[in-house]
Design a protein around this ligand. Structure first.
Ligand SMILES: Nc1ncnc2c1ncn2[C@@H]1O[C@H](COP(=O)(O)OP(=O)(O)OP(=O)(O)O)[C@@H](O)[C@H]1O
Ligand SMILES: [Mg+2]
Length: 222
């Protein structure tokens, strides 16, 4: 199994004592599977994605990626796993303003040592970004920036793609276009995708659905 989440819990300190944000979440994701994570605002979707991405640590339970319990790794090994196996796409793009589009796309892959300039150019072309490679992020539209953010993640060839409302800032038509591309590229690379979305329409396009309510799984769709 690519990813196994077992009895995961997460609690944050609150003004009136600890607040349990995730309670007893278990799920499994195989290579090539696509899963939509839905649930109302505050239900814990981003928290779950951050924990799986190793950006935050759980209080209880386990996250096992390719057989490695990420809580048992030291910081260096966890960072290495994150770079080599997991790719994260954020809603707010998180592009680096001072870098040209091509260097934004290359940035993470270069850090991981797996940068392939030809692969990056081919990917950028597929995403319609070739005319924009020498521009800076602020010179692009939201949809173009989102495509850069997706290209940046996919160029490192992650086997697990975590995406937090990757099309949340886009109009419906652009969101569909970006979604088509992302699903196509994920399918081609054989990666698994776990995507947070508020859109039932987009969720329906993924292979499985998981619905969170107040930090617990209330509905798992096959
Ligand atoms: N660092 C933090 N410290 C304290 N509480 C937090 C922290 N991060 C998130 N929370 C709380 O955890 C709960 C879940 O937050 P989370 O961001 O996971 O929700 P979400 O499902 O992604 O919501 P949205 O759809 O609005 O993005 C919220 O009640 C939030 O206030
Ligand atoms: Mg969120």
């Amino acid at each position: 199994m690519l990813l196994t989440v077992d009895h995961l819990t997460k609690t944050y300190p609150g003004a009136e004592g600890p607040v349990t944000v995730l309670r007893d979440i278990s799920l499994a994701l195989a290579q090539g599977e696509t899963l939509a994570l839905t649930g109302e605002s505050g239900s814990g979707k981003s928290t779950l994605l951050h924990l799986i991405g190793g950006l935050d640590t759980p209080d209880g339970g386990a996250i096992v990626i390719e057989g490695q319990d990420i809580a048992r790794l030291d910081d260096r090994d966890r960072a290495a796993l994150r770079r080599s196996v997991v790719g994260v796409v954020f809603q707010q793009f998180n592009l680096i303003p001072s870098l040209r589009v091509i260097d934004n796309i290359a940035f993470q892959a270069r850090l991981g040592g797996g940068y392939d300039a030809n692969g990056a150019a081919a990917l950028a072309d597929r995403m319609g970004l070739t005319p924009h490679l020498a521009k800076y992020p602020e010179q692009l539209s939201g949809g173009q920036q989102q495509r850069v953010a997706i290209a940046r993640t996919l160029v490192a060839r992650p086997r697990l793609v975590l995406a937090d409302e990757p099309t949340g800032n886009l109009d419906e038509a652009t969101a569909d276009e970006v979604m088509d591309l992302m699903l196509e590229l994920v399918a081609e690379s054989g990666a698994a995708l776990m995507m947070v979305t508020h859109s039932g329409r987009l969720a329906a396009r993924l292979g499985r659905r998981l619905h969170l309510r107040a930090g617990a799984v209330v509905e798992a769709g096959a």
